[in-house]
Design a protein around this ligand. Sequence first.
Ligand SMILES: Nc1nc2c(ncn2[C@@H]2O[C@H](COP(=O)(O)OP(=O)(O)O)[C@@H](O)[C@H]2O)c(=O)[nH]1
Ligand SMILES: [Mg+2]
Length: 311
Amino acid sequence: MPIQWYPGHMTKARRLIADSMPSQDVVIEVLDARMPRSSENPVVTELRRHKPVIKVLSKSDLADPAITKAWIRFFEEEVHPSPGDGLAPGKVVAIALTTTRPGEAKTKLPELCKQLALHPRGPGKTPRVIIVGIPNVGKSTLINTLMDRKVAKVGDEPAVTKGQQLVTLKSGMTISDNPGIMWPKIEDEDASLRLAFGGAIPDSALDYETVGFWGAKYLLGRYPALLMARYKLKALPETPMALLQEIGKRRGGLRAGGVVDLHKAADALIHDFRHGAIGRISLESPPEPEPERETETVEDDLDELGAPEDQ
Ligand SMILES: Nc1nc2c(ncn2[C@@H]2O[C@H](COP(=O)(O)OP(=O)(O)O)[C@@H](O)[C@H]2O)c(=O)[nH]1
Ligand SMILES: [Mg+2]
């Protein structure tokens, strides 16, 4: 069952962002490098319309580096909204940033904002920049990194930032931090499970076992060696349930009678993933480009199938 989480304060946050958007020159959309597509909010795309956007893939220290590179290529090559859907194309730049190399954010980001803000509300004016994204992706951390001191409250849980916060960089560029927003209905069940596993949705809204089971299944399929090393497994468990059992046994989840507490096991797996303790993991890869079709006409297709030419 997909997880739904759209508390009342998000309607307010959305209005806040919508109201300030017209006066902004550049949008910084913070995405989770481990799941860039799932953490991309359609509401943000709609609100930013034609504004140039820098897609910052945050927490890239926790993501699979090769997959992050592929995502950056993907976003920059992505076809921008066509005129028919009412959205004018806005330049998209994607970069990976992380708290482990804060210098990159400090130098790269203001420079990119300046380049993208072609006409910052009149000549000689400094650009206005707005930071938006889903909860818990690192928006406030980014603003603190840019300011070189703690100006925005940071926390490892969704909905820490309650209102809009405006700061001014030394160069005069203004940047506003905003509360994270979700969208009312996450259609894709896998996307909602990724978001939950990664911590964008508060634990109180999660069915821990379901999310843990989903994570166990994904990691078994994609990162078996990392699991073996982290949990000191002699053999790879065959099922997600067997993996959770093994984790439970090792991480204090064993109840009287040898029964594994699945909630505790799921908690351990989710915690380890979120803190990078299993390794550098991405939960989704960019979609593969459609393979080039070699044949172009129906006749060619029929030839290929060996259809008789004439009856
Ligand atoms: N490993 C890692 N953690 C980060 C990074 N950026 C933010 N975080 C952590 O993610 C959590 C949420 O950050 P916060 O800035 O409050 O997110 P916000 O809700 O988008 O404003 C905090 O625990 C941060 O320390 C990063 O680049 N790498
Ligand atoms: Mg915040």
